[in-house]
Structure formats: structure tokens, C-alpha cells
Write a protein that binds this ligand. Structure first.
Ligand SMILES: NC(=O)c1ccc[n+]([C@@H]2O[C@H](COP(=O)([O-])OP(=O)(O)OC[C@H]3O[C@@H](n4cnc5c(N)ncnc54)[C@H](O)[C@@H]3O)[C@@H](O)[C@H]2O)c1
Length: 274
């Protein structure tokens, strides 16, 4: 361990179970010396698994629905009280689409569900940042990371409305990153992660096949949740203090690869280069 986050205070959203990307981030942040609070929607805590993580990392849990400004205000107030000062890092690891859950095709999206998805998965970042800024709850030079997916740039038909929602999330990170950067040097970035076997990930139709496809395109293979957590930790650390307003691909090289020999061979197309 490198003590990269020694003395830093954080808020980590979205740890549902041990497969969650946020779960791994919490474990890594703890190993790197951070103290933090965990938060999730009250309904997600019924399963109680988050208590195991809290115990393991010596953290307290503050329930908050990320669409509710009052609950977010309470989150930032309590987090500062518990941790004894302003917040140095925030992980936004929140995603949910009712259209995906109900397997509704993109062109037939239900608009109430669409609005819900926007509120939970994109506007929640704006709300968190707006609450934090109003309260001046994030320390100068603090770092906020939100998780996203490449469907914001390229079409993946099965990702339906979440593609548009992730595009909005990434835009909010840039726009807010400007204002918060000028005022407090607070950094805001999105990490665009490989397909990962979590509750949110595997809920997407055809996820298994797509996971294998992405894995055979990426020169390094799919990035797993643990390596994503390592990357997030570097973004929370002072080593990346000049990185802001970026969408950063963490995908084993997938986003820069047109096609791989492995996929060509699977399709029965002979590669003449070898
Ligand atoms: N799994 C993947 O393939 C993948 C790939 C790229 C990006 N991501 C993104 O990573 C993030 C984390 O997802 P994950 O894959 O770890 O799955 P996950 O299901 O473990 O985490 C999603 C979390 O969002 C929380 N959440 C939902 N509604 C909420 C609300 N109203 N308020 C507060 N929290 C709420 C859930 O309780 C859950 O903890 C999401 O933004 C997701 O889109 C996932």
C-alpha cells in the first residue's frame, strides 16, 4: 500500500454487495488510509450487506436517496460531523434504469421510467455537487469521481436509455467541473469502466455475451472492479491534482481498438497479417 489517501475524508455511494464497484473502492480507499462514510438508498440497505463493509472499513452508514436534496444535505452535514472536517473525495457510483429492468426496447422507452433514470443516474450527481457547493462541504482541491459507460459515445442497442443518461452524467461532470474548479479547485471526472459483473451490470439484457465480446476486443481484457477501484483511488489522491473535467476510459484499451484478431477469427475471417 502507498498511503495515497492518508488523512483524507470521503463519501462513497453505491456499495450494494461485494460485487459492487463501490464496494471495492471502499476497500481500497481504506487500505490507502482514508476515512469515509458509506451511503446508499434506504431501500438498498434492506439486504444489510453494507453493514459488513462498514465493519470491515470502520465506517459509518448514512442512508440517502441520491434524488432527494434534503437527504443529500443531511448526508454532507453528518459526514463532516462524523469525519471531523470537510470532504476530500466523493464517489458517485449510482445507476438504475427502469426501462432496462423491464426490458423495454429503446425506441419504445417509457418516459416516466426515462425521467426516473435521469434523476437517479445523472441528476443525482448535479444534486450532490450543488448541495456540497452550497454548504462548502468539499475541501479545496477535493476530487469527485462518477462511474460511466462508453455507450455515452457509441451506440450499444441493449444499453437503451442509459446511454443518453450517461451522456448527461458526463456532461454534468464537465460543466460542474468548470464552476467548482474555478471556485474551489474541486476536480470532477468520470471513469468509463469496462462491463463488470455486478447487480447493475448483469441486469442488462445480453450482458454475458457482451462481456465476452468486450473481453476479446480489449488488448488487456476487461478491467475488473478491483482495478477500477485502484484507478479511482489515484483520482482521489493528490497525484492527479491537475486532472479535471475528463471522461477517462478504464477498459483495457477497448475504446481505442477497432477489432481484434480474436474476434476476426471467431467470425471466420482469416487475418493475412499473421
Ligand atoms: N457493471 C458495469 O458493467 C458497469 C460498467 C460501467 C459503468 N458502471 C456504473 O458503475 C456504477 C455502479 O454500478 P455497479 O455496476 O457497481 O452496480 P451496483 O448495482 O452494485 O451499484 C449501483 C448502485 O446504485 C444504487 N442506487 C440506485 N438508486 C439509488 C438512489 N436513488 N440513491 C442512491 N443510490 C442508488 C444502488 O443501490 C446500488 O448500490 C453505476 O453508475 C453503473 O452505471 C457499471
Amino acid at each position: 500500500m502507498y498511503n495515497l489517501l492518508k488523512g483524507k475524508r470521503g463519501i462513497i455511494t453505491g456499495a450494494l454487495d461485494e460485487n459492487s464497484i463501490a464496494w471495492k473502492v471502499a476497500e481500497k480507499a481504506h487500505e490507502e488510509g482514508a476515512t469515509f462514510v458509506l451511503t446508499n438508498a434506504p431501500i438498498a440497505m434492506r439486504m444489510g450487506e453494507i453493514n459488513v463493509l462498514a465493519q470491515k472499513t470502520g465506517s459509518q452508514i448514512i442512508p440517502a436517496d441520491a434524488t432527494n436534496v434534503d437527504e443529500l444535505t443531511n448526508l454532507f452535514t453528518q459526514a463532516q460531523e462524523i469525519l471531523g472536517g470537510k470532504i476530500d473525495f466523493v464517489l458517485h457510483s449510482i445507476g438504475m434504469s427502469v426501462n432496462i429492468r423491464k426490458k423495454i426496447p429503446y425506441t419504445e422507452s417509457n418516459y416516466d421510467y426515462f425521467m426516473k433514470g435521469i434523476d437517479v443516474s445523472a441528476l443525482s450527481l448535479h444534486k450532490m455537487l450543488a448541495v456540497a457547493k452550497k454548504m462548502d462541504a468539499i475541501a479545496e482541491g477535493g476530487s469527485v469521481v462518477a462511474l460511466t459507460y462508453m455507450a455515452a459515445q457509441r451506440t450499444y442497442p441493449f444499453y437503451t436509455d442509459m446511454a443518453d443518461i450517461k451522456a448527461m452524467l458526463e456532461s454534468i461532470a464537465r460543466s460542474f467541473g468548470y464552476h467548482y474548479g474555478i471556485e474551489k479547485r474541486v476536480r470532477i471526472n468520470t471513469v468509463s469502466q469496462s462491463p463488470t459483473k455486478t447487480t447493475a451490470g448483469t441486469g442488462i439484457k445480453g450482458f454475458g455475451d457482451f462481456y465476452d465480446f468486450a473481453n476479446s476486443i480489449a488488448p488487456l481484457g476487461n478491467a475488473d472492479a478491483e482495478s477500477c477501484a485502484d484507478y479511482c483511488v489515484t483520482l482521489f489522491s493528490d497525484l492527479t491534482r491537475m486532472v479535471t473535467m475528463q471522461n477517462l476510459f478504464h477498459d483495457g484499451g477497448y475504446s481505442s481498438t477497432g477489432v481484434s484478431n480474436e474476434v476476426m477469427e471467431r467470425l471466420g475471417i482469416e487475418s493475412k497479417s499473421e
